[in-house]
Each structure stands twice: as structure tokens, then as C-alpha cells.
Design a protein around this ligand. Structure first.
Ligand code: GTP
Ligand code: MG
Length: 180
């Protein structure tokens, strides 16, 4: 069992898919009206996490971070959330490119990926039809979830899935000796 979990939220497009809002909603249990470009790294203490492991949540901002910094963060991560916006077809299409890029940058270990479709409050239809072919294409994608930072739907579930992907992966993803 890892001592703690590096939980990265990344997305390499400029579109405002709601990465920072998701983190703030999880932490404060309410939707923030205004968010910075990038949230400070947050550590959730073990006793309030479902799996009892301290978990660091790391935001990513294309405006504030270089590609080099992104790759460094990816190499330290135990689980990566790739966030898209369910009301933006373009951001969904980009998901496959982003996961491919993350895949190539992981040098020694394969890290579980979670596809996160945010802003589910804005649409009536699920994006799963678009997402399923991508999921089938990349076996590193552990799971996908549609959520809303705005009405807090599936926010704590997302966090639980991320912990679970690290601690109880369905495939041979986690290599403890490389991630120490
Ligand atoms: P960058 O850091 O600029 O890449 O953006 P981001 O991905 O961190 O998105 P951010 O959290 O800044 O949110 C972008 C916009 O989307 C803001 O106006 C948020 O209020 C809005 N937003 C975020 N999540 C939701 C959601 O679940 N539903 C709705 N309706 N709006 C949301
Ligand atoms: Mg942001």
C-alpha cells in the first residue's frame, strides 16, 4: 500500500473544462464562484479519505506551467484525471490525444487514467457514446465518470474512484518500486 497518493488533475487544452473548480468543490463542498487559474496543492489527511491514505491533489494550468513541468508532475503521479467538458464536443475529442500524450510521457510505469466529464449540469445527454471507443483504445483508462463541480454531482465519487484506481487497480498498472 503506498504511503500517500499523488492525485493529478491534468488537461492540456486551454478550454475552461473546470479542473480548478472540481478541486475547490471537492475540498469546500460548494461550488466556487471564482477560482484562480491553478489551485494550490492540497493534502487530504488519511482519516477523511475513503481508503485511509493521505492524498495530494495537484492542479494543472497551461497558462502557468510549461510542458516540462507538466511532464515532471506526470512522472510523479499515481493517478491522473483527464478532465473534459461534456458540453464541449471539441474537448471530448481532444481527450484521446491527451491520454496518448500522457501514455508516452510515462517512462517506467503505467499510471491509471480516469476520464472525467465535467459540467454534467449543462447537458441532458451522456457523453458515454463518445467516450467508450476511447476507453477501449487505451487500456490505461481505469474508469470514466461524469460529474458536475456546480451541483456537486459525483464529486466525492470521482475522488473515491481515483483512490481505488491506485490501491485496487483492475490491471497490472501500479509499480511500487518505481514510484517510491
Ligand atoms: P484553466 O485553469 O483556465 O485551464 O480552466 P479550468 O479547467 O481550471 O476551469 P475553471 O475551474 O477555471 O472553470 C472554468 C469555467 O467553468 C468557470 O467559469 C467555472 O465557473 C465553470 N465551471 C466549472 N465547473 C462547472 C460545472 O460543473 N458546471 C458549470 N455549469 N460550470 C462550471
Ligand atoms: Mg484552472
Amino acid at each position: 500500500k503506498p504511503k500517500d497518493i499523488q492525485f493529478k488533475i491534468i488537461y492540456t487544452e486551454k478550454t475552461k473544462v473546470g479542473k480548478t473548480s472540481l478541486i475547490m468543490s471537492l475540498v469546500s463542498e460548494e461550488f466556487p464562484d471564482e477560482v484562480p487559474l491553478r489551485a494550490e496543492e492540497i493534502t487530504i489527511p488519511a482519516d477523511v479519505t475513503p481508503e485511509r491514505v493521505p492524498t495530494h491533489i495537484v492542479d494543472y494550468s497551461e497558462a502557468e506551467q510549461s510542458d516540462e513541468q507538466l511532464y515532471q508532475e506526470i512522472s510523479k503521479a499515481n493517478v491522473i484525471c483527464i478532465v473534459y467538458s461534456v458540453n464541449n464536443k471539441k474537448s471530448i475529442e481532444k481527450v484521446s490525444m491527451v491520454s496518448l500524450c500522457a501514455h508516452n510521457e510515462r517512462l517506467f510505469c503505467r499510471v491509471p487514467l480516469i476520464l472525467v466529464g465535467n459540467k454534467s449540469d449543462l447537458v441532458e445527454h451522456s457523453s458515454m457514446e463518445t467516450i467508450l471507443p476511447i476507453m477501449n483504445q487505451y487500456q490505461d483508462i481505469e474508469t470514466c465518470v461524469e460529474c458536475s463541480a456546480k451541483n456537486l454531482k459525483n464529486i466525492s465519487e470521482l475522488f473515491y474512484y481515483a483512490q481505488k484506481a491506485v490501491l485496487h487497480p483492475t490491471g497490472p498498472l501500479y509499480c511500487p518500486e518505481e514510484k517510491e
